[in-house]
Structures are given as structure tokens and as C-alpha cells.
Design a protein around this ligand. Structure first.
Ligand SMILES: N[C@@H](CCC(=O)N[C@@H](CS)C(=O)NCC(=O)O)C(=O)O
Length: 208
């Protein structure tokens, strides 16, 4: 299997899940800053994925699985013993899906594009930061009451996704100081060996 990814983006989430599950993946980097987006082999990525964004997972049967929330569940289900996704049909699985959807729609798309595209302007960015702060406060309260991870005691795919997205905060000038439980969560997840391996493999800066 091959993961199409871009450094420092949401594609870190399936990369972490694969490493946590012990699933070997080939990695192919996509340059999403250029149009058309090209992979490191020079291929036009939009010929592989019409929407042109990462992550995308090339399966062994040659088909392409897209959308991060689906990809992480696919990877986690390949290794049910990993605990990265509770069994299908259980209440815990729906809670995982609830968190994945919350992160995708209420956080991920609030940071990006609003905070990474200066053309939206300062006013729109402040509105996005306000919305993000509300969502992070909700997560902070949840971690305080029911942590240390989003589903409780067990690290899951939702934690990998939250880590990838909330780690953008310093770059997006989102202040995390009011959210101590989230900050502890980011430190805790950032210290996991599989997370460090994924970041190292992507050439990202790793906290000491
Ligand atoms: N709905 C997609 C969105 C993925 C997404 O926003 N990817 C960003 C990086 S975090 C990207 O590749 N952007 C480049 C582009 O949209 O052209 C998902 O959840 O997987």
C-alpha cells in the first residue's frame, strides 16, 4: 500500500495510524503548493485523485481510497487488536466516528483554508480563530473529564487526527494557553514512539 502525503498536513494522521498498527506503507510525497500538484516522481497527482488533495491511500488491488477519516478506519481495521478503532457496530465505534467527523468538519476545515490562505483577510481569520477556540475548549473539557485520550484510556485513530490538526495551532496563531488538557494531550501523543517515527520519516521537527 502506498500513502500519498504532504509534509506537515492532515496526511500525518493516517501515517501515524499505520505506524501505530505496525502496517508498512510506501510513502509518496505530493507537493500541494504547486499547481498542478505533483508527486515526488513528477506525476500529476490530479490524474490519480481528481480532487488533488492528500491523504490518499493506494490499495494493493490498485484502487485509491480517499478521505482521511475513511483511510484511518481502513488501516485500523486491518489490525483489530491495535485498538485504534473499536469493533464495527459497537457504541465505541460510533463515538470514534463522531470524533473523526467533529475534527474533520469543526476543526480541520476551520484551520484550513481560512488560516493558511492570507487572501481571506484578517477579519475572516479572526472569526475562524474564535470558532476554533470554542471547539478546542470543548475538547479540553472533554479530555479533562474523560481523557487521557478522546475515547478514554485507549489511543485511537481520532487521537492521531486531532494531534495532526491541533499541532497547526502555533503556525496558525491559535493560542493554546487556555487549554492545558489539550496541551498535555499534544505532548503525550507527540512523545509516542510511532508518532515520532512518522514525523521523523516525513522530515518534520520533533520536540526534544
Ligand atoms: N476532505 C479531505 C480534505 C483533505 C485536505 O484538506 N488536504 C489538504 C492538506 S491538509 C490538501 O491536500 N490540500 C491541497 C488541496 O486541497 O489542493 C480529507 O478529509 O481527507
Amino acid at each position: 500500500m502506498k500513502l500519498y502525503h504532504a509534509v506537515g498536513t492532515c496526511s500525518l494522521s493516517p501515517h501515524i495510524v499505520a505506524r501505530e498498527a505496525g502496517i508498512p506503507l510506501d510513502l509518496e510525497r505530493v507537493d500541494i503548493r504547486q499547481t498542478p500538484h505533483r508527486t515526488e516522481t513528477g506525476a500529476d497527482f490530479t490524474t490519480l485523485h481528481a480532487n488533488g488533495y492528500v491523504p490518499a491511500l493506494l490499495l494493493d488491488d490498485g484502487s485509491l481510497l480517499t478521505e482521511g477519516t475513511a483511510i484511518v478506519q481502513y488501516l485500523a481495521d486491518l489490525k483489530p487488536g491495535s485498538g485504534l478503532a473499536p469493533p464495527a457496530g459497537t457504541p465505541a465505534r460510533y463515538r470514534l466516528q463522531s470524533w473523526l467527523n467533529f475534527i474533520a468538519t469543526e476543526l480541520h476545515k476551520m484551520y484550513s483554508p481560512w488560516l493558511f490562505h492570507p487572501e481571506y483577510g484578517a477579519q475572516a481569520q479572526e472569526v475562524a480563530r474564535g470558532k476554533i477556540a470554542e471547539r478546542l475548549a470543548y475538547i479540553d473539557r472533554h479530555l479533562a473529564a474523560s481523557g487521557p485520550f478522546l475515547l478514554g484510556e485507549t489511543f485511537t485513530a481520532a487521537d492521531a487526527y486531532l494531534f495532526a490538526i491541533a499541532s497547526w495551532s502555533p503556525f496558525a496563531k491559535v493560542d493554546l494557553s487556555p487549554f492545558p488538557h489539550l496541551r498535555d494531550f499534544l505532548d503525550r501523543v507527540g512523545a509516542r514512539p510511532a508518532v515520532r517515527e512518522a514525523m521523523r520519516a516525513e522530515g518534520m521537527q520533533i520536540a526534544a
